[in-house]
Design a protein around this ligand. Structure first.
Ligand code: AMP
Length: 613
């Protein structure tokens, strides 16, 4: 740990939304640009060739889908090329533009240059996806000090500095990914016991299912397919996402879009009503998949259900009532959040950044490997000469992990070995994923070489894998870089990419996303930002609510903070009613509907009065 004056920012680089936070005056807080602190993870180029990132880009998604890229996180670590306004980009280039925007936001808020960051990734991201995230950071001009897993980051903000042992299930369902971790908190140490997840499952999939359902209804009624035209498809998708969010609070939602298509030259409106049961039937298989993951994570943690104290919700999609209901019935725990699920991960990343910087503020974090990694070997014991999977580091091994194992060459005079690195949990090699390969050449140069090769796997705290191989007797060794095809391509285009992004970013109107940005200490900067106080491992527990950042809280925030504390102590249906009202207030505030906020506040106040007597 080193002490630095330049802040290290914490970034939640999400599929749908991204958030940046930092440690300021003893607290970690979300850095805002004058709005709500959320930057939609959408990048676009306007018709006059200006780069736009965030809300403005999301707004142009409908009109110019071919000029806009969303949900890039799902492509990280793949070789997929994304086309935006006729130009090709890699997923890490698009992510870099989002990171640059967040960096700029942080620099304005903090009033100094920012070059270092802790970035979060889904626990279930593999090495390629982590490496791509790291590269995106580098392209954005950031030194990525550490990559941490999202549920681990979230549990950092729940550590509460308590000495008594607690076990948490951290259930994180965002826009594009799902993760669950079983975490032990004890004596100021956070230990991740197991992690499971699915990097291709999230709220985006709920949107897709609802969109297909509504498109079919529309086709049946009007005889035309609204999915055929890209603009119509996007409009439908956006309308369905809105309806999905509404269904979290009400039992019905109406999906309406004017002039969505023309039939026989006449404009046709979309006007379809959907009820919550219908929607829940659509998404139930996906929610069930997450429940299976939680089951597996519990099993792998070697704890039983009775030993699990809390079920914490992270990520925007955990507002879905079916998700909460399934968790409640399956695990007999009341799922809850005391830190806004949209911000917990970024606040956790900033907490880790503060710890990394030497601030004596947080718990010690012990994370685990989320995948088993190993090499391909040949089974010479059978006549079939079958290829085998030989794991070197097993899933759920505490990080950093290092394991060395000796293997022999197939023939004594062999001049080279080809090492194929695999990742996965199956005993069968073919069912795992190849993540890299390299050769160890020039073997057998010494007379007494015995064909023994030492293979060493090192998995860093960031989950980045380094593999090396050495001929035992001669000491001939290979470089530790895994030379897979993707990293080759990345190396050669790196400098080119850097310049290209700088040029593109220079075209952006930095204030275009969401208004004027004010430094944190600016007298007019009254936006109440989500913040938590940091405590050392053995201090008394902080209030489990979002506290203020030394500035004024909105009146409803005090009320909802109190309401959540009350709800957490209740075992009745009232708890659910309280949480629903809190969500409605948050949503009305996001829509700037002051009147509705006031009405709901009154309703919540009455309910609290009734519940607490
Ligand atoms: P995150 O990646 O954590 O920012 O979560 C974004 C996802 O949460 C998106 O798929 C949103 O549509 C979804 N989301 C946000 N608010 C709600 C809500 N009230 N009900 C259901 N899903 C929501």
């Amino acid at each position: 740990m080193t002490q630095h004056s330049e802040p290290i920012i914490g970034i939640d680089l999400g599929t749908t939304n991204s958030v940046v936070a930092a440690y300021v005056n003893g607290k970690v807080q979300v850095l805002s640009d004058g709005s709500d602190g959320i930057l939609p993870s959408v990048v676009g180029v306007t018709t006059d060739d200006k780069l736009i990132v965030g809300r403005t880009a999301r707004n142009q998604l409908i009109a110019f889908p071919e000029r806009t890229v969303a949900s890039v996180k799902r492509q990280m670590g793949t070789t997929k090329i994304l086309t935006m306004a006729g130009q090709d980009y890699t997923p890490q280039e698009i992510s870099a533009l989002i990171l640059k925007q967040l960096r700029q936001r942080a620099e304005k808020a903090l009033g100094c240059e920012v070059t270092r960051a802790v970035i979060t990734v889904p626990a279930f991201f593999d090495e390629n996806q982590r490496q791509a995230t790291r590269e995106a950071g580098t392209l954005a001009g950031l030194t990525v000090e550490r990559i941490i897993n999202e549920p681990t980051a979230a549990s950092l903000v729940y550590h509460a500095g308590q000495d008594d042992r607690r076990h948490l299930i951290v259930y994180d369902l965002g826009g594009g990914t799902f993760d669950v971790s079983i975490v032990r908190i004890e004596g100021g140490v956070i230990e991740v016991l197991s992690s499971m997840g699915d990097t291709q499952l999230g709220g985006d999939d709920f949107d897709q299912l609802l969109t297909s359902h509504v498109a079919k209804e529309f086709r049946d009624r009007h005889g035309i397919d609204p999915m055929e035209h890209p603009v119509t498809r996007w409009r439908l998708l956006q309308a369905c996402e809105r309806a999905k969010c509404e269904l979290s609070f009400s039992t019905h939602a109406r999906i309406t879009e004017e002039f969505i298509a023309t039939v026989d030259g006449m404009p046709v409106n979309l006007d379809i009503e959907i009820d919550r049961n219908e929607y829940e039937d659509l998404i139930r298989p996906l929610v069930d998949r997450t429940i299976q993951c939680v089951d597996q994570a519990i099993q792998e943690s070697r704890l039983n259900l009775q030993q699990l104290d809390e079920l914490i919700l992270v990520g925007g999609s955990t507002r879905t009532p079916l998700v909460q209901e399934r968790l409640r019935t399956e695990f007999h725990r009341e799922p809850h959040w005391s830190v806004n699920p949209d911000f917990a991960v970024a606040l956790g990343a900033a907490t880790q950044a503060a710890i990394h910087q030497g601030h004596p503020v947080g718990p010690v974090l012990i994370d685990v490997a989320t995948h088993t990694v190993g090499i391909e070997t040949l089974d010479v014991s059978s006549y079939s000469m079958k290829m085998l999977y030989s794991p070197l580091i097993r899933r759920n091994t505490p990080l950093p992990a290092k394991h060395e194992q000796a293997f022999s060459t197939i023939t004594p005079d062999q001049e080279e070995v080809h090492i194929n690195v695999f990742q996965g949990e199956s005993d069968e090699l073919s069912r795992n994923r190849k993540i890299g390969e390299f050769r160890l050449e020039g073997l057998n140069q010494t007379d007494d070489a015995d064909g023994e090769i030492d293979v060493c796997f090192e998995l860093t705290l960031d989950g980045v894998l380094r593999v090396s191989a050495k001929e035992h007797k001669s000491g001939i060794a290979t470089s530790i870089v895994i030379a897979n095809s993707m990293s080759d391509a990345r190396q050669s285009t790196h400098e080119l990419t850097d310049a290209r992004l700088r040029d593109l970013f220079a075209t952006s109107d930095s204030e275009s996303d969401s208004g004027e940005s004010l430094p944190l200490d600016h007298p007019d900067s009254h936006q109440p930002l989500p913040a938590i106080e940091l405590h050392g491992p053995h201090t008394s527990p902080p209030e489990p609510v979002v506290s203020d950042a030394g500035r004024e809280l909105k009146s409803w925030q005090r009320l909802t903070a109190k309401a959540i504390t009350v709800a957490n102590g209740l075992d009745t249906d009232d708890a659910q009613d309280i949480r629903r009202l809190v969500q409605l207030i948050e949503s009305a505030d996001r829509d700037n509907d002051e009147e509705l906020v006031r009405d709901l506040e009154e309703e919540l106040d009455d309910l609290l009065f009734y519940v607490t007597g």
